[in-house]
Design a protein. Structure first.
Length: 468
């Protein structure tokens, strides 16, 4: 019926301002909680074609795939994508022999008609409205990174490591899990190990940038890569390593003076890296870091080659964490979908020196085994009201939460302003008889971090123990 992408775009704009209830001709929203019907409503009631699960794009002649996706209004009045954009399922057995341009991803998703609806928790799906439509094609710059992402996923399939794929492996294009832990596992071609079902997806962070910059028309963020041709020779990560390697061994104090940075400011290290990369603003707010959901963390290596500090993450709320399950928990979601940039400084005789940076994401094997054990024990303690253990000689409360000595990867300990900075408990603590407790968060152990950064070619020291 629709032979060109322009015809499809013109038709889609007629849906703007209409609710799903107004469009729905087949009463698919009789179950008002069923979000999965929204795309089907647009397919059969608006574009008038039969719902299908073809490997080709929805509009075959025009080569256009249709996706209906939610966005939300944040408390600070900005807009963001509500979720990743899930594309097509990955068949490990067939995808392994493909090239990028013959892959199922490219065959189905090279051109996507995006229909955005505003999501509101207090509104029924039938009353939510289509606000924007946009015919999306990958820019030259994004496509270079997308191709590299696909190759990373493809390489794991070829190595028989489909069961170790993580969303944090890649920048914009990810392989997200489909279903829960009880979902059917899938065969992979080069290993007898069964792998969780996964689908190609565009990260939620990528979709947020696309929504704001391309659809709504908000000014684009500052870019690290000023010339796209650079990415034809190096990957994004290789480019970052190459630029920053020029400053290896330079004293942080001197670099701060050179770039007029207040070294006492809380974010001074992140600001320094931004300036070294030629950015005027924050590295975390650069276009590439926002789209790829890359977060910055500082690592300080002392003279003896050790890392003194553990690495902290956002506080968790007791009442919320006990309502979660591991597969969909906020902790697991954060670690699987986030890529981290570790900025590494090494202590010398007269201060700290810039050493290197390292892109890292937590391996699925560490996340779903040892770190899961930390999460499980924490939730169990909270549910049983079994948090407080005793007070030590320094007048510090010791809890039953997992500590750094009992797990290789991580632990739980306080991260509040003071003892009065608390969250409410779901049940009364057995010993303290209180309904609130000091804020806590999950941490990565310093020795675990040391093992990660030691894989980089950092300066070695001659003394024994866990060192760089």
């Amino acid at each position: 019926m629709y032979k060109t992408k322009q015809e499809i775009l013109v038709k889609s704009k007629k849906a703007i301002g209409k609710s799903f209830g107004e469009i729905d001709l087949y009463n698919r929203l009789s179950n008002y909680k069923n979000k999965g019907n929204l795309g089907q409503i647009i397919e059969e009631s608006f574009f008038e074609y039969a719902v299908n699960s073809r490997s080709e794009p929805d509009f075959i002649e025009a080569g256009v795939e249709l996706k209906v996706t939610p966005f939300k209004l944040n408390k600070n009045r900005t807009y963001s994508s509500k979720e990743r954009l899930v594309l097509n399922m990955i068949n490990y057995m067939t995808e392994g022999v493909k090239s990028f341009y013959t892959s199922s991803f490219w065959n189905k998703n090279s051109i996507i008609l995006l229909m955005f609806y505003l999501y509101d928790f207090e509104t029924f799906y039938k009353d939510m409205k289509i606000e924007y439509t946009y015919l999306f094609e990958f820019s030259d710059e994004d496509l270079i990174i997308i191709k590299k992402d696909w190759e990373i996923i493809h390489d794991k399939i070829l190595k028989g490591l489909a069961h170790e794929i993580s969303e944090g492996d890649t920048m914009y294009l990810a392989a997200c899990r489909k279903g829960n832990k009880n979902s059917k596992l899938r065969q992979q071609p080069f290993s007898a190990v069964l792998a969780p079902s996964r689908a190609y997806s565009l990260k939620g962070s990528f979709m947020t940038s696309l929504l704001n910059e391309k659809v709504i028309g908000i000014k684009s963020k500052e870019k690290i890569i000023k010339d796209v041709s650079v990415l034809k020779e190096k990957s994004f990560e290789e480019y970052i390593y190459c630029v920053l390697s020029r400053y290896k061994g330079q004293k942080v104090e001197h670099l701060n003076n050179q770039f007029r940075i207040n070294g006492k400011a809380k974010n001074s290290n992140a600001v320094l890296v931004a300036r070294l990369l030629g950015l005027e603003g924050s590295i975390s707010k650069s276009s590439e870091f926002l789209k790829a959901n890359i977060k910055v963390k500082t690592v300080r290596v002392n003279k003896t080659g050790n890392i003194k500090e553990h690495m902290s993450f956002p506080n968790f709320q007791y009442k919320k964490i006990v309502e979660e399950n591991w597969e969909t928990s906020s902790l697991r979601e954060m670690f699987e979908t986030t890529k981290w940039l570790f900025v590494i400084f090494k202590e010398g005789n007269d201060g700290y020196f810039f050493n290197s940076v390292l892109f890292w994401n937590m391996p699925i094997s560490d996340l779903d085994n040892e770190y899961k054990e930390v999460w499980d024990k924490t939730v169990k303690c909270i549910k049983k009201g079994n948090i407080y253990n005793f007070t030590n000689t320094r007048n510090q409360r010791v809890t039953y939460f997992p500590n750094a000595n009992e797990n290789r990867v991580g632990h739980v300990r306080p991260k509040g302003k003071n003892s009065k900075d608390t969250y409410e408990l779901p049940v009364e603590d057995n010993k303290l008889k209180v309904m609130e407790y000091t804020k806590q968060c999950f941490w990565l152990n310093n020795k675990y971090i040391l093992g990660i950064v030691s894989k980089r070619n950092l300066d070695k020291v001659s003394r024994g123990g866990d060192k760089l």
